[in-house]
Design a protein around this ligand. Structure first.
Ligand SMILES: N[C@@H](CCC(=O)N[C@@H](CS)C(=O)NCC(=O)O)C(=O)O
Length: 226
């Protein structure tokens, strides 16, 4: 990889998907230019780079656009070959990480819908989380606890954190905890360990600002519904 490559990220400060790209760049130590998009008034460049979905994040590497957050994270890991590596090298382990990332993403989508309608997460969703709690621990952590003292977060950590890292925000805004440490001690301790990582703290948007944005979004949702 040429040293003087140009790297630009189009994001939106509160986007959990843009957070994935920011985390991957930060963990890999890649310098980049950041362009904050107004999602109500998207830049011409964003529309040109992501004509299909017209969404953030978009990573532009030496003029080439890469879209979709998970594809961006994998691209970053492959294009910058120096450690830390975000995905394991072993193909089987890599497949496992991708599998669990997709599973967590499914859960978060169900949770997201429940939060929009302001209904509590269903027992069905909680049971899906029970499966993640039990099997990710057994399969990937050999029943131990995640720790980032000697290792940097990787792909699966990035996905978990982007999806469930702000459950305290959800609790404050919606008035219920979608996700609790009693039922999910492993997932909770994993997220708590991630919250201690400086790279994670650097890119996490401020809680108060996110809550303010959620209030504004709810107002405009109620306004369009009325
Ligand atoms: N599947 C996409 C989802 C990206 C996404 O939903 N981005 C939102 C911001 S959180 C967006 O750009 N929304 C603008 C729109 O829908 O017009 C990814 O993983 O990158």
């Amino acid at each position: 990889m040429a040293e003087k490559s140009s790297v630009t990220l189009h994001g939106m400060w509160a986007s959990p998907f843009a957070l994935r790209a920011k985390l991957a760049l930060k963990i890999k130590g890649i310098e980049y230019e950041y362009i904050e998009e107004d999602l109500q008034n998207k830049s011409e460049l964003l529309l040109q780079y992501n004509p299909v979905h017209k969404k953030v994040p978009v990573l532009v590497h030496n003029g080439l656009p890469i879209t979709e957050s998970l594809i961006i994270v994998e691209y970053i890991d492959e294009a910058w070959t120096e450690p830390p590596h975000l995905l394991p090298k072993d193909p089987y382990l890599k497949a496992k990480h991708r599998f669990w990332a997709a599973y967590l993403q499914q859960i978060a989508e169900i949770l997201g819908k429940a939060l929009i309608t302001e209904s509590k997460p269903s027992e069905d969703m909680m049971k899906k989380m029970d499966v993640a709690e039990e099997l990710i621990k057994a399969e990937l952590f050999h029943n131990g606890c995640p720790s980032f003292e000697d290792a940097k977060p990787g792909y699966l950590d990035i996905v978990l954190y982007s999806l469930l890292g702000s459950s305290d925000v959800a609790e404050e805004f919606f008035g219920f905890r979608p996700f609790n440490a009693e039922r999910y001690p492993f997932l909770s301790s994993w997220i708590n360990a991630l919250k201690e990582v400086p790279e994670v703290q650097d890119v996490t948007p401020p809680k108060d600002k996110v809550i303010e944005l959620l209030h504004a979004m709810r107002q405009s949702y109620l306004h369009t519904k009325a």
